[in-house]
Structure formats: structure tokens, C-alpha cells
Ligand binder design. Structure first.
Ligand code: PLP
Length: 355
């Protein structure tokens, strides 16, 4: 059996969720969209049996959770895309973000078995979705008058909470405060970097995503992020070794050329598994728990690492591509990517779970 696999530690997932809550005392949506960032949404949701609620990107993701018996509230982060979803939202008790006038018109025309819990999105500066600050209060009043609305809550999203020095989050907080002044209802502002670095923004409901999976959203050391535990160990083994003299190229395009006598290890892991093809020479890997590095281009099913300084390692040695001792964020930086994308790209490798 091919040794590539992802080992998912569900107790680490629960630890990270509880960390988000303990930093704030707020309630929290566990964000498990995109198959829980590649970690397996059904297993993650079941493991988070104490979670206050979940958040996903669309009704398709939510209905899978309902079919699997998940009972907590589920928030649709972009609400519904077409009006015919509305009766299903009511039937399955799905909460919805409302970010566009068209959605308001569809809601007021809908006949529903029960009214919906609506989270009205403010565009406080991300400029992706949501109502502008000057129209927010009037949209709120229109919704408040609809019989299709059971409750109204406030929601907005930060664009640069992972970059505390930019001043952008302070601006968004001020915009949020001004636009929602006098509107009574719970508020949700914080994604993972907001939760970890912006306690003044916590309000009522958090939305932890990447931090649940134990990857830091920051490019610098951060005190709270240091308490996260990685959930995924992406692992495989060395399936071949060879000794090369100075001046020999390795792999496609001869990107890496040896500058010393080099012992090369071949790992059963490639870009078809989701390992980033753009990982540069020098990208860290762990071989039997010790640091080494990628040398040569990543292939579809294999990649090559430097074993020269690890004489005790060889055929069959365990390789960790990311996980304990090697944060996915660090690997992502070597591939001009982010841990979010590394996780979401996970493919082909079987997921094994432990608890
Ligand atoms: C995905 C998402 C989140 C989670 O963000 P992280 O950075 O992964 O914590 C929070 N809020 C919204 C609206 C999202 O789309």
C-alpha cells in the first residue's frame, strides 16, 4: 500500500476550538466549509460535538451535515444563491448571511414553513460582499419588518486582521461601530486572525476557520497562535535512495544541481496529493522527525529530499510534509501559498483519524 496519508487528530481540533472560545468567552461557529479545509467535514463536525454552531459556504455543504445527523445551527456564509433554496433553509434550520438586495427581495416573496435567522452582512472595507455602511441601517429596518425573519444579527469580515500594523482593522472596527449603532442584535466579526490578535473585536460570535486546524494565519510568531495544535500530519515514506556526485541534476527541468556529494531520498508524495508543486528547493520536511529539505521539482507522485546529513535515515524512513514540528504555514511560505490552500488542495491521500 502506498504510504502517503493524512493523519487527522480530532482531539487537537477540539483543543483549537476550545482555545478560540477561551480567548474570548464568546460563542463560536466552527468553520468547516470546503470539507473542513480538507480535513473531512463529517468527521470534524461529529468530533466537535460541543460546538455552538457550524459555518459552511453553501446549502450543499450544510445538507450533507444534516444528513449525517448534525443538529447544531449551521450558518451559510454567503446565504442562498437561488430563491428555491429558501424553503430548505427553513426546513433544515439553516441560518443565512444576507449580503445583497436581490436576496432581500427573494426573502420577502418567499412562503416559508418558519421564519429564518438572518445575519446581515456589512461591507466594512473588505469590498467583496455586504451592504455599504450608509445603506446598512435602512436594510436592517426593512428586514426587521418582514414576517420571514425570525432574528437579525450583524456580521462583517476583516481583510487584514493578520497584519496588525496596517491600521486597516481599526478602520473596519470604526466603520462597523458607526454603521450598526443603535441596531440591537448579536454581532460576528472575527475570523482566526481576528480571534487571535484582536480581542477588542470579539463581540458575540467568533468564526474560527484555519486556527481550528492548527495552522497559524500569521507570518510572524504570535503568542496565542503558539498555543494551537496541528490537526493534520501529512506523511509518507522514503521509497528509494541514491548517491550522487557533485554537479548532478535531480528531477524535471534539472532545477536542483548537487553542489556536494549528495544522498537523495525519494518520497511517495507529489502534487497530485496536494503537495504544492511550487515548493522551492530548501522547503523544510521532517525525516524521522529531523529537519531536512526538498531538492528538485515536485513531481505528480514523488518528490526528492536531501538525506546527506541524516545517515541514519533511508529506505522506509517516515517523512512528515507538514504537521507536528513543521507548521503548514511554514511550508506554504516556501511555495508562495497559504496553509488554507495547502489543506484544501489535499487529494488522493487517504485520511486516517485518531482521537
Ligand atoms: C472562511 C471564512 C471564515 C474563516 O476564516 P479563517 O481565516 O479560516 O479563520 C470566517 N468568516 C467568513 C465569512 C469566511 O468566509
Amino acid at each position: 500500500m502506498r504510504p502517503a496519508h493524512a493523519l487527522i487528530d480530532l482531539s487537537a481540533l477540539r483543543h483549537n476550538y476550545q482555545l478560540a472560545k477561551s480567548l474570548s468567552g464568546c460563542r463560536a461557529f466552527a468553520v468547516i466549509k470546503a470539507n473542513a479545509y480538507g480535513h473531512g467535514a463529517l468527521r470534524c463536525a461529529a468530533a466537535l460535538h460541543d460546538a455552538d454552531a457550524f459555518a459552511v459556504a453553501c446549502i450543499e455543504e450544510a445538507l450533507e451535515l444534516r444528513a449525517a445527523g448534525i443538529r447544531q445551527p449551521i450558518l451559510l456564509l454567503e446565504g442562498w444563491f437561488e430563491a428555491d433554496e429558501l424553503p430548505l433553509l427553513a426546513e433544515h434550520d439553516l441560518w443565512a448571511v444576507l449580503h445583497h438586495e436581490e436576496q432581500l427581495l427573494q426573502l420577502q416573496d418567499a412562503t416559508l414553513s418558519r421564519p429564518l435567522h438572518i445575519w446581515l452582512k456589512l461591507d466594512s472595507g473588505m469590498h467583496r460582499v455586504g451592504f455599504s455602511p450608509d445603506e446598512y441601517a435602512s436594510i436592517w429596518q426593512r428586514l426587521a419588518a418582514l414576517p420571514q425573519v425570525a432574528s437579525l444579527s450583524k456580521i462583517t469580515h476583516f481583510s487584514r486582521a493578520d497584519e496588525p500594523e496596517t491600521g486597516r482593522t481599526e478602520q473596519q472596527l470604526a466603520t462597523f461601530a458607526a454603521a450598526t449603532a443603535g441596531l440591537e442584535g448579536p454581532a460576528s466579526l472575527c475570523n482566526s486572525p481576528g480571534i487571535l490578535a484582536w480581542p477588542q473585536a470579539h463581540h458575540d460570535w467568533l468564526r474560527p476557520g484555519i486556527m481550528l486546524y492548527g495552522a497559524t494565519p500569521f507570518e510572524f510568531e504570535q503568542e496565542q497562535a503558539a498555543q494551537l495544535r496541528p490537526v493534520m500530519q501529512l506523511r509518507s515514506r522514503i521509497i528509494a535512495t541514491r548517491e550522487l556526485p557533485v554537479g548532478e541534476p535531480i528531477g524535471y527541468g534539472s532545477r536542483f544541481v548537487t553542489t556536494r556529494p549528495t544522498r537523495v531520498g525519494v518520497v511517495a508524495m507529489g502534487y497530485a496529493d496536494g503537495y504544492p508543486r511550487h515548493a522551492k528547493d530548501g522547503t523544510p520536511v521532517l525525516i524521522d522527525g529531523q529537519r531536512s529539505q526538498l531538492i528538485g521539482r515536485v513531481s505528480m507522485d514523488m518528490l526528492t529530499v536531501d538525506l546527506t546529513e541524516l545517515p541514519g535515515s533511508g529506505l522506509g524512513s517516515e517523512v512528515t510534509l507538514w504537521g507536528e514540528g513543521l507548521n503548514a504555514s511554514e511550508v506554504a511560505a516556501w511555495a508562495d501559498s497559504i496553509p488554507y490552500q495547502l489543506f484544501c488542495n489535499l487529494n488522493r491521500v487517504p485520511r486516517h483519524y485518531c482521537d
